[in-house]
Design a binder for this molecule. Structure first.
Ligand code: TPP
Ligand code: MG
Length: 565
């Protein structure tokens, strides 16, 4: 936490106030916090802010999108790929609502995204005069979407509010923040004093709790580590702890990449389910533990140790034996210091884990079509390349079976699991990490949610490679209708464009491939070109269901039941 907060460019901090507009002060403050890009879609409410951007292109690059959801998802992707704060700016009312699903996703993913929203004239707020883009209680709506929000009411307030917003995004549970500014305030001039980035408070490490955790874990016979998104910046510590404990590390969706999948101790969701049933102590790092606690079950023979940045999180579903609050890495380092004095002698579990993996591979072979495409992708995507997941058949399988080698290289939407997240989020990741190849996968359904951002990829020469698996359906929905609703199909068939012609019409490189080896060859040439976007359409049939590996039943604290959905 706080790793992304820039300490540089405190232009004007502690110096005499300068006469400037609110917009100029905001641009200076963003830049003082290390932001070099803003994802945005203009409109009259924010014209003065955009003019300040126009006069500061050397410090902040403006990437404009074709829909506000694109701007917000791009900021999210950039934040996820870099771990650093990112910002987007959109008009009030409809602009805000268009961006809201991405902001909700940023909240669910604890991503440091700063939303800048325009507002109607300051004096008219709350009066219902039907101003352009007026929405009832905009501040109230925003306050429900993020943990920290405020309105900039004068130029002098801009630096401090931006500094506070930035600090809030890394304080406790990280996440988005939002600022509004009225149309007549952006251009107002006044005396402005710059504010240096504020230190992020880090709670002191609870030494007694670390000791209690070290004792529990050291004495554990069948320890298990569960790594979530909050462990992404603690990969080294998680690996060292796993080795000391010979504890398998379960990761899924947001936790993927915390442990290198070539390590035999790295386990996927169904293996984690199996190991959860046997575990006596679980160390959960930066995860809601949603599936284990709510669906797999707990009993008196399982002690849970939790590490979380959010003080309210550990006890939300079930009170753990030990709760440690703060950033994962420093807490784990302290645990690593204390553990050797308490740790049992442990035999290597490598052979046992290899056997478990071999058995799991056999079961997962059921997902043959998805796995063949994933193998082609993995063979071409470099180790540090970023894979952006979607709510599609190959995505569900990727969460279970795509080998991931490094933190922040598997971007999955987390518990919102929102269709349409993938393409625009991947554009943001690729924009922010132009040094790495980024691969976006989508179904034909999800891709069209933000497909018009192909124009953004062309305009800003973003070399993203996008694979669209086209089954002509909301395939996941169709399968449920076939299996559970007597094949009464409704609202799940799709009339699709010719995706190759669609992408080419924007000026993108596009091709259609029909098999995993063809996909591999197409990816190789796409990753070699870095001058613009590539779309690869893969026509596919219905794919085998992944759900038996995802929605698994109770294995502790009661009768075994299979979840219905
Ligand atoms: C925002 C949002 N709306 C609706 C859904 C429900 N949903 C889940 S999967 C799916 C269909 C996905 O279709 P497609 O992208 O083509 O992938 P496929 O299952 O066909 O591989 C839908 C509609 C969702 N997850 N998120
Ligand atoms: Mg589909």
């Amino acid at each position: 936490m706080g790793a992304g907060m820039a300490k540089k460019r405190t232009r004007g901090a502690n110096t005499a106030p300068q006469q400037m507009t609110t917009a100029e002060a905001a641009v200076d403050a963003l830049s003082a916090h290390g932001l070099d890009t803003i994802y945005a879609l203009p409109g009259v409410h924010n014209d003065d802010f955009f003019d300040a951007l126009a006069r500061n292109t050397a410090t902040i690059r403006t990437v404009h999108t074709r829909h506000e959801q694109g701007a917000a998802y791009m900021a999210l992707g950039a934040a996820l790929a870099t771990g650093k704060p990112q910002a987007f700016c959109v008009v009030p009312g409809p602009g805000l609502l268009n961006a809201a699903a991405a902001l909700l996703t940023a909240y669910g993913m604890n991503a440091p995204v700063l939303a800048l929203f325009g507002q109607i004239p300051e004096a008219a707020i709350g009066r219902g005069h039907a101003h352009l883009h007026e929405i009832r209680d905009q501040a109230g709506i925003i306050a429900r979407l993020v943990d920290w929000s405020a309105r900039i009411r004068a130029p002098s307030q801009a630096p401090r509010l931006i500094a506070e917003a930035m600090r809030s995004m890394f304080t406790g549970r990280p996440g988005p923040a939002a600022l509004e500014c009225a149309i007549d305030v952006w251009g107002r001039s006044g005396a402005v004093r710059a504010v240096a980035p504020l230190a992020v408070p880090e709670p002191p490490i609870d030494e007694d709790a670390v000791k209690a955790a070290a004792k529990r874990l050291g004495a554990a016979k069948r320890p298990l580590i569960v790594a979530g998104g909050g462990a992404q910046d603690a990969a080294i510590e998680v690996r060292l702890l796993a080795q000391l404990l010979q504890a398998p590390v379960l990761s899924y969706r947001r936790g993927r990449g915390v442990i290198d999948d070539r390590d035999p101790l790295s386990v996927n969701l169904p293996l984690g389910h199996e190991l959860w049933a046997e575990a006596d102590v679980v160390l959960a790092v930066g995860t809601h533990l949603h599936m284990p606690l709510l669906h797999w079950g707990i009993d008196r023979n399982l002690a849970i140790v939790r590490i979380d940045a959010d003080p309210d999180e550990p006890a939300r579903i079930a009170k753990p034996k030990v709760a440690l609050v703060g950033s994962a890495a420093p807490i784990l380092r302290r645990l690593l210091d204390l553990l050797p004095a308490h740790n049992a002698r442990r035999a290597s579990r490598t052979e046992e884990m290899q056997e478990r993996h071999a058995r799991m591979q056999k079961r997962l072979a059921k997902l043959g079509p998805q796995l063949a495409y994933l193998a082609a992708i993995r063979a071409e995507l470099p180790e540090d390349g970023i894979f952006v997941d979607e709510v599609t058949q190959v995505g569900f399988a990727a969460r279970l079976a795509l080998p991931v080698y490094r933190p922040r290289t598997f971007l999955s939407p987390g518990y919102q699991d929102n269709l349409g997240y993938g393409f625009a989020t991947a554009l943001g990741a690729q924009d922010a990490r132009r040094d790495l190849p980024v691969l976006s996968i989508s179904g034909d359904g999800g891709f069209l949610f933000t497909a018009t951002e192909m124009a953004t990829a062309i305009r800003h020469r973003i070399p993203l490679v996008t694979v669209v698996f086209n089954d002509g359906a909301f395939g996941n929905v169709r399968r449920i209708q076939e299996e559970r609703y007597g094949n009464r199909l409704i609202a799940s068939d799709l009339a699709d464009p010719d995706f190759v012609a669609f992408a080419e019409s924007f000026g993108a490189t596009a091709l259609r491939v029909k098999s995993p080896p063809e996909l591999g060859r197409a990816l190789r040439s796409a990753f070699a070109r870095r001058d613009g976007p590539t779309l690869i359409e893969v026509p596919v049939g219905a794919m085998p269901s992944p759900w038996e590996f995802i929605l698994m039943g109770r294995v502790r604290g009661g009768q075994s039941t299979r979840r219905k959905s």
